[in-house]
Design a protein around this ligand. Structure first.
Ligand code: CO
Length: 424
């Protein structure tokens, strides 16, 4: 196809043209549904480009009135940390710019397999069927009538740090570790809903299916799901973000992110795993002997120094070493930091509250003497599991895996203060 003859007709998206031709804002705003949501997305895009315009800063902010309240808040225009794409279907949280243990919803990492679907909340349904006494189809409003539960939990893609298996590839901690984030999640306990429908928890599996264009499906053993899994409709005090599964997602605290099926539309109960593509060709761990581990759900203990980290530059003198530790099996019990390439280790301070299956902030004051060195962190969780060194991990797993890389991360500090990812 040639462009000739088309040059005078820019290919406007239909929604944009529609908005332009519609004079009645009131009537338009009353319309629920796709058009309104596309409009909201366009406003967000406009706001993002406005963010890029340099703000006019008054010489003395006490001499001029400040801005009026806004309908939906934005951060200061001077703050620029953003998610960066890892691929078409993933983006990474800027951990190097993080404080405390919470991830802002707008910076929570994304992983989807065929884009973020636009789903109307009143049209969405969750069907629960299979080996259940009373199969049922729920609306979101019906699910909200069950007792609600809120908890903080990290979600980590099992492919987090996958690029580190063979070589020190990530230049920043965002690239090496940015597929993990922590939010407060609110929903209804899965056991509450399944209890109302009647299930037999013995030897049972659940197929969880998303309503996205990938129809993502995973088989999950039922018994552990009944302990902690939530059917979530809210994140950090507001409805889920679209990229986090709006209007409904499964949360299985401590399990690989892919099990926390987003845009959840179906749960089917059975007696065996359903062997979908995502647990046969994908999300398995190829071992050195050619066999593959399957249904490796738990994200084992892991830690990383976020400051100083790759791409940053430090100066001689006092700094604070700070980072995040987490375990899919419970609480972080201890984090140690080495500032001499692993020859000696010092115990870091853990910031309260130390919550199970949740990012935990650690820190250690340090005086850098200006000599080249390597800084590392390693953690231990409350089960006694200790984060492995890279050599320990590879001795068992080899380098054929994609998923579940949780080795100690080494940051080399050069004599000029530049921080570089190395495998030590
Ligand atoms: Co796995």
């Amino acid at each position: 196809m040639t462009k000739s003859g088309q040059t005078n007709k820019p290919n406007n998206p239909p929604a944009q043209a529609e908005t332009h031709e519609t004079p009645s804002i009131n009537r338009r705003s009353l319309l629920a549904g796709t058009v309104g949501m596309v409009g909201a997305m366009m406003m967000r895009t406009a706001a993002q480009s406005a963010e890029a315009v340099a703000p006019v800063v008054p010489g003395d902010a006490t001499r001029v009135p400040g801005a009026a309240p806004t309908a939906y808040g934005q951060r200061s225009p001077f703050e620029q940390a953003v998610r960066v794409p890892r691929s078409w279907w993933a983006s990474l949280t800027p951990l190097q710019a993080s404080h405390g243990m919470l991830t802002p919803s707008a910076l929570h990492f994304e992983r989807h397999h065929n884009g973020v679907p636009l789903i109307h909340p009143t049209a969405h349904r969750l069907m629960i069927h299979g080996l259940v006494e009373r199969p049922w189809v729920f609306t979101i409003d019906e699910l909200k009538r069950f007792p609600s539960v809120s908890r903080l939990a990290f979600i980590e893609c099992s492919g987090n740090s996958a690029i580190e298996w063979r070589a020190p590839t990530g230049q920043t901690v965002q690239q090496t570790h940015g597929l993990t984030s922590t939010s407060e999640w609110t929903g209804v306990a899965l056991k509450t809903v399944l209890g109302a429908l009647g299930v037999n928890p013995e030897d049972s599996w659940v197929l969880a299916e998303g309503g996205d264009a990938a129809a993502m499906t995973r088989s999950l053993p039922l018994a552990p799901l009944l302990e902690e899994a939530l059917l979530c409709y809210a994140q950090n005090g507001e409805p889920l973000r679209p990229e986090q599964g709006y209007p409904l997602r499964l949360l299985v605290p401590g399990w690989e992110g892919n099990t926390c099926i987003k845009w959840l539309r179906r749960l089917k109960l059975g007696t065996a795993p359903f062997m979908t593509r995502e647990e046969t060709s994908q999300y398995t761990d190829l071992m050195p002997d050619g066999t593959a581990r399957q249904f490796t759900m738990v994200m084992e203990a892991k830690s990383v120094i976020t400051s100083p980290s790759g791409g940053q530059r430090i100066h001689p003198g006092s700094i604070e070493i700070s980072g995040l530790a987490w375990s899919g099996r419970g609480r972080v019990a201890q984090v140690e930091v080495s500032t001499d390439g692993g020859r000696s280790w010092q115990e870091a301070v853990l910031q309260d509250p130390i919550l199970p299956k949740c990012h935990t902030r650690f820190r250690l004051p340090w005086r850098w003497n200006g000599q080249a060195t390597i800084v590392q962190s390693r953690c231990r969780d409350e089960t006694g599991y200790r984060q492995p060194s890279r050599m320990e991990l590879i001795a068992v797993r080899g380098v054929n895996s994609v998923y579940h890389y949780n080795a100690i991360q080494s940051w080399q500090i050069a004599a000029d203060g530049q921080v570089i990812n190395v495998h030590a």
